[in-house]
Design a protein around this ligand. Structure first.
Ligand code: VGL
Ligand code: ZN
Length: 189
């Protein structure tokens, strides 16, 4: 799969709180760090844009149980848990997309209430290669939004992890049905 101008890498929510020892653990999420690092290296060497989204909640965010939501408190702005995962090697010119920053609004997609779609348009992006967590939440919603906007999406199947295995499988099926192509990191790296 020859990478070319118009391609980008989108790494979704690879943050300490989503790692196995974090506040909202995604099982085996640490296992995909080396895989993502090798993808990053390939895109970096070709000077292709690399985006990293991050869940970036204020302390009073509505998704937290204590505020009436469903999740334990996680990825609070400026905390260690919200930092990108230890061991993830992001390039200096990574484009960070912070999402779910409004206390009143949940945002699973990296395109919801962010400037990501505008940057993709500005940069003439055609194909998005996507990895990260969690498969059935933020990866899923990001991929579906990208497909709705007309981007070609390549889901890097060995560089994603779900909260729940069965839900993850269903999410992959749905992304596929909408047009996402399922690839392996070996096809780009
Ligand atoms: C996520 C649950 C809550 C995710 C974010 O990044 O998939 N999941 N907030
Ligand atoms: Zn969240």
């Amino acid at each position: 799969m020859g990478l070319r101008k118009g391609d980008c890498l989108i790494i979704v929510d690879m943050q300490n709180d989503f790692m196995p020892s974090g506040a909202l653990p995604v099982p085996d999420s640490d296992k995909i760090i080396p895989i993502l690092n090798s993808c990053i290296e390939v895109f970096r060497k070709k000077s292709l844009p690399i985006f990293a989204s991050r869940d970036w909640h204020p302390p009073n965010h509505c998704s937290f149980k204590e505020n009436g939501g469903t999740w334990p408190r996680h990825c609070v702005q400026g905390t260690k848990g919200a930092d990108f995962a230890d061991g993830l090697i992001l390039p200096e010119d990574v484009i960070v997309i912070s999402k779910a920053t409004d206390p009143e609004k949940e945002a699973y997609s990296a395109l919801k209430d962010t400037n990501l779609s505008e940057i993709l348009r500005q940069k003439g992006i055609k194909r998005c290669f996507v990895g990260g967590v969690a498969t059935e939440y933020c990866v899923f919603n990001t991929v579906m939004d990208l497909l709705s906007l007309g981007y070609e999406v390549y889901l890097i199947s060995d560089a994603i992890k779900p909260v729940n295995f069965e839900d993850g499988k269903r999410a992959i099926d749905e992304m596929k049905k909408k047009g996402a192509r399922i690839i392996n990191s070996g096809e780009i790296a």
